[in-house]
Ligand binder design. Structure first.
Ligand SMILES: [Cu+2]
Length: 119
């Protein structure tokens, strides 16, 4: 290959590598979490992800029925006593979003608070 052709080839290759890297970054990583609701609290109380990550959560209500509710993402998933529910969403908006239990059968549900942090 002539020198000039080689340099064009190298430049184009570098451009393709950059495009693939940008596309991969846009799509984000898959992040899996197990969240437990019990005794009036969430464990863990904080979830941190990067923008555009695909977030998969398995939420388990250990004692009585609870929900995992995030208003900012319009998510509200209920799990019955001793049950689990699995769901996923794309974390496409950055910010700090509180999560809580919106059930009212037990006063303790009002104390269940956590934070989803999307960087
Ligand atoms: Cu609850």
């Amino acid at each position: 290959m002539a020198r000039r052709q080689w340099s064009v080839f190298a430049t184009l290759s570098a451009a393709v590598v950059c495009l693939v890297a940008v596309a991969a970054q846009d799509q984000g990583a898959t992040r899996q979490f197990a969240v437990v609701g019990s005794h009036n609290a969430f464990r863990p109380g904080n979830l941190e992800v990067n923008r555009n990550d695909l977030v998969k959560i398995t939420f388990t209500a250990e004692d009585i029925a609870h929900s995992f509710t995030v208003d900012g993402y319009r998510i509200s998933k209920r799990a019955g006593a001793g049950q689990s529910v699995t769901f996923e969403f794309r974390a496409d908006q950055p910010g700090t979003f509180p999560y809580y239990c919106n059930l009212s059968q037990d006063d303790g549900c009002r104390n269940m608070k956590g934070q989803l942090i999307v960087r």
